[in-house]
Ligand binder design. Structure first.
Ligand SMILES: *Cc1c(COP(=O)(O)O)cnc(C)c1O
Length: 411
């Protein structure tokens, strides 16, 4: 499934060549053949520090021994059966997710967009079940990214993702980021089913929703009988320094979409919900061929083994503080290149005063992989296992990158 295009790679380089792949991505020339921890190695043996991590997917870096062992031993036993049968690994992973969150029920998918599709269907079906079939409208926010399926591009509301794909799926209302008046009006309407929001917009430019707004949203949803759906596909599974961002804020959604980090690189997503809401999803209402298969469940359980280990998230928070501090010093040194540090945990963004693509390319030339986001922000998404020494390396590259770009700007 197509990921949003990093904004630095939108100038076309591969549309007229003999590449048999759809030209939906403008890829860099590197072909990586091996990974180890925070490092990727290309065909020529050159190494790159990976601050993309598969766009927040490789939470434990590359070739993590526990993930490798778990996948290997599962591969020797059983790959796939079907959701027609019991899958023990799935029951175990679902139970662990429920024990660690607000949720009481879980549906496994293969991707983030599918987790959102399940979340949207669950919200609407819940109201249908409650005798309010008119409640179908889902409120979303400008700059959101929820995936690339027909429903999730309508949810995201980004005109350039919708153009040329026929009528946008109905039942979504995309409001201005921070437009409280529009929100109060839309949420009070009788057709409103749910509010869907990323606690920190990832693709949108690492834009955090203020804590009090998220809490206020929970209250407003309760007041109007509207469900709150959190999209923690990018922010979840430890990325923020907490298992999920909303847990730091002390409130709970009704439904949550999770993916990316949860499989550590194996395609896996999940839709989590309260028992009350999930009760509407009876046999026949939803399904998936691959979702939750034994291989994916082995990967998901192995990731949780590590992320839930005592002290793991504390270390993520400590490294996040190190990185935030260093980035603060960097923008003080190069205010004409970088203007602002954004984000939380190891989902960090640097707002750039020059084209973000120039920053990504210059850093890559020096062995550091970064990824752009909206709003001219470069994202830093290192594996959660990053060390102080790794951060020091990355900061050296970022400083040299800033120095070069600052020189080029002045000449
Ligand atoms: C990546 C992402 C998605 C879509 O996930 P896919 O696995 O690409 O379908 C949805 N929401 C958010 C917040 C994301 O970052």
């Amino acid at each position: 499934m197509a990921q949003s295009l990093p904004v630095d790679q939108t100038s076309s380089t591969n549309s007229s060549d003999d590449n048999p792949l759809f030209g939906t991505y403008n890829r860099t020339p590197q072909t990586f053949v091996r990974g180890e921890g925070v490092w990727l190695f290309d065909e020529d043996g050159r190494r790159y520090m990976d601050f993309v991590a598969g766009i927040a997917v490789n939470a434990l870096g590359h070739a993590h021994p526990h993930l490798v062992d778990s996948i290997k031993s599962q591969a020797e036993k059983l790959w796939h059966t079907s959701n027609l049968f019991q899958i023990d690994g799935g029951k175990r992973l679902a139970q662990r997710l429920c024990d660690a969150t607000f949720a009481e029920k879980v549906f496994f998918t293969n991707s983030g967009a599918e987790a959102l599709e399940c979340a949207i269907k669950t919200a609407r079906r819940y109201h249908f079940d409650q005798g309010q079939p008119e409640r179908v409208n889902i409120i979303t926010f400008q700059g959101a990214f929820h995936g690339r399926t027909l429903a999730t591009i309508a949810a995201g509301g980004n005109p350039s993702y919708l153009e040329g794909f026929g009528p946008a799926a109905p039942g979504f209302e995309n409001l201005g980021f921070g437009d409280h008046d529009a929100l109060n009006e839309a949420i009070a309407r009788e057709d409103c089913a749910a509010v869907l929001i990323e606690p920190i917009q990832g693709e949108g430019g690492v834009r955090s929703v203020p804590d009090q707004c998220l809490r206020g949203l929970r209250e407003a949803c309760d007041k109007h009988g509207v469900l709150l759906i959190l999209d923690e596909v990018q922010t979840g599974v430890g990325r923020s320094g907490h298992l999920f961002v909303h847990q730091r804020l002390g409130f709970e959604p009704d439904i949550m979409a999770v993916a990316k980090g949860i499989g550590g690189g194996f395609p896996l997503g999940a839709c989590l919900a309260t028992a009350k809401v999930a009760a509407a999803m009876v046999p026949g209402t939803h399904g998936t061929t691959y979702g939750g298969n034994p291989m994916a469940m082995a990967a998901g359980n192995a990731v949780l083994d590590v992320v839930l280990e005592e002290g793991f998230l504390d270390t993520v928070q400590a490294r996040a503080r190190d990185l935030t501090q260093s980035l603060g010093a960097l923008i003080d040194l190069y205010p004409d290149i970088f203007t602002e540090v954004r984000g939380e945990g190891l989902l960090m963004g640097l707002k750039c005063a020059i084209p973000v693509g120039d920053v990504v390319a210059a850093a890559r030339n020096q062995g550091l992989l970064l990824v752009g986001a909206g709003d001219n922000v470069v994202r830093l998404l290192p594996p959660l296992i990053i060390t102080r020494d790794d951060i020091a390396f990355a900061m050296d590259v970022l400083e040299e990158t800033a120095r070069q770009l600052d020189d080029a700007r002045q000449s």
